[in-house]
Unconditional design. Structure first.
Length: 186
């Protein structure tokens, strides 16, 4: 069983994976490499002067892997709630997870299958921590926003989701603030 299953490998999913893995949660990311970021070029992203979407994905995947996340290049076909968490299925395998972070862009079918509530705008209804109406399931990025699809917002949503997971796991509000002395040797 993994702690966090992240479905989607764009800015939201990779941000969630990075925060989860660097804080010692066993994390798996399912990524079909179909992110909208392949069409993007970032020059308005904080601390990034100019980077292609492809390069952004390569760097961010590397960061998540370096911190301990496992990246699986398979599509998730189903997510089911169980007594012990969630079963996450692909065509070839099944995983169990305590938490699920959905980061599938405009594809909200997994959230619908889980029974997540939707808003009048037909997006997944989430709270400020990105948690859905299904406890321990989070929806990030474009899943919960009708029109505000932007890489910085999506990455922030992924981080917010996992900060809530970390707070639940630690039993108190948790924030992730690194100091220069925290930088790992890579």
């Amino acid at each position: 069983m993994v702690d966090v299953a992240v479905v989607g490998g764009g800015p939201a999913g990779l941000s969630a994976a990075l925060y989860a893995a660097k804080n010692d949660l066993e994390t798996v990311v399912f990524d079909t490499d179909e992110s909208w970021m392949h069409k993007a070029h970032l020059f308005n992203y904080p601390a990034v002067r100019s980077i292609s979407g492809d390069e952004f994905l390569t760097v961010t995947r590397g960061q998540a892997r370096d911190r301990g996340a496992t990246l699986v290049e398979e599509a998730v076909t189903d997510v089911e709630e169980t007594d012990d968490g969630f079963d996450v299925s692909t065509a070839d395998d099944e995983y169990t997870a305590s938490y699920v972070v959905l980061a599938t862009g405009g594809d909200r079918s997994l959230a619908e299958g889980l029974g997540c509530d939707f808003t009048d705008e037909d997006v997944v209804d989430v709270n400020l921590d990105m948690e859905t109406s299904v406890e321990d399931v989070y929806a990030t990025g474009a899943m919960g926003r009708a029109e505000k699809w932007q890489a910085v917002i999506a990455a922030g949503d992924g981080a917010a989701a996992v900060l809530d997971v970390l707070s639940k796991e630690k039993g108190e509000y948790y924030h992730d603030f690194d100091m220069p002395s925290d930088v790992p040797e890579l």
